[in-house]
Design a protein around this ligand. Structure first.
Ligand SMILES: *Cc1c(COP(=O)(O)O)cnc(C)c1O
Length: 342
């Protein structure tokens, strides 16, 4: 996969920080122009987040040297563009309706973004995607489970794309915790062009600390490490994440609870007269098609409930995306929805 790296990145001499040049313990650190006075955070963080990666390696069952951490998975996605896509020359392929950041990052990086719509049941059109690719197609973004539709992409399609696409295939698994049986992590070694991204922002309840992950071959991880901002994961984030990840049993229990709630909510939504369709979900949200999305969105806001209006997305005409909340929140949502006239 080193063949797809941008020439300027292949040649780049990375910044070498004080913490890169000396690792280990010492009584006296006078190498980084830090303040010697204790504040709890007066020292720069570990640039490679070794302790945190060790813990994540255990949780995810992936070797620590196959893990890259970003300031949210959004930073990971941006670094993938910067490493592999030459502005004005290369292109990426995305499959709308999908997560909006792929297109924004392509525009921001001056990279052409080719779009191949998902099929009406929100699955990739494999043949069409492969026909759309040329020798400058460096990255294909798959989102599974997909945001905003909620469904996981079929394993067979992902496999055909991994084999048929010459560039990197990013499988964005931001919602994998709600559908762990479908994650591609166990198959990382099989596909040198696979990058799986995940995040602590959703199931783990840590959106505020900004911590995202990429899992890939050692080669890809080495490239990302060379170009990342030296201290991209701050000390507070590393420490707080380690504390939270010491015991994952509560998160597992919460995921089970949200899956139960999703089932109840999806069933109940089908009985609301102005809801025309409830799409199947493998994530912690449900996409519904309604009679008048703008009107229903406004009516819900007036009752103090904010959902996401996804009507402007292709294949999502008249649709709202609803995050699964607590039992009380979902009950209140349904009560308000039933009270609105058909
Ligand atoms: C929420 C979301 C992300 C963002 O994750 P961060 O780690 O918070 O940056 C990435 N991809 C998808 C599909 C998402 O829905």
């Amino acid at each position: 996969m080193n063949a797809v790296v941008r020439p300027s990145i292949a040649k780049l001499k990375p910044y070498s920080s004080a913490r890169d040049e000396f690792q280990g313990d010492s009584a006296i650190f006078l190498d980084a122009n830090e303040s010697p006075f204790e504040t709890g955070v007066n020292r720069y963080p570990d640039p490679l987040q070794r302790a945190l990666k060790q813990r994540i390696a255990v949780i995810k069952g992936v070797h620590a040297d196959r893990i890259f951490l970003g300031n949210g998975s959004d930073e990971v996605l941006d670094l993938i563009f910067r490493a592999y896509c030459e502005p004005g020359v290369d292109n990426v392929i995305i499959l709308p309706p999908t997560y909006g950041m792929y297109k924004v990052l392509a525009d921001l990086n001056g990279v052409e973004c080719r779009e191949v719509l998902l099929t009406p049941d929100f699955q990739p059109d494999v043949e069409k995607i492969l026909r759309m690719a040329d020798s400058h197609s460096k990255v294909l973004f798959l989102c599974s489970p997909n945001n905003p539709s909620g469904n996981a992409i079929s394993a067979e399609s992902i496999e055909r794309l991994l084999r048929g696409f010459a560039g990197l295939v990013v499988v964005d698994e931001a919602y994998a915790d709600f559908c762990i049986e479908r994650t591609l992590l166990p198959r990382l070694a099989e596909f040198p062009n696979l990058i799986v991204t995940q995040t602590f922002s959703k199931a783990y309840g840590l959106a505020g600390i900004r911590l995202g992950m990429a899992f890939a071959s050692g080669e890809v991880i080495a490239v990302l490490n060379r170009i990342k901002p030296p201290y991209n994961i701050n000390n507070l984030t590393q420490r707080f994440a380690l504390e939270q990840l010491a015991d994952t049993s509560l998160v597992k229990q919460q995921v089970q609870q949200l899956l139960e709630e999703r089932k109840k909510l999806s069933t109940a939504l089908t009985t609301v007269p102005w809801v025309d369709q409830v799409f199947p979900s493998d994530a912690n949200f449900v996409l519904i098609r309604v009679d008048h999305a703008d009107l229903r969105y406004r009516q819900l806001v007036e009752q103090g409930i904010v959902v996401r209006n996804r009507s402007s997305q292709p294949l999502c005409q008249g649709s709202l995306r609803i995050t699964v909340g607590t039992e009380e929140e979902n009950t209140r949502l349904l009560q308000v929805m039933r009270e609105l006239s058909a």
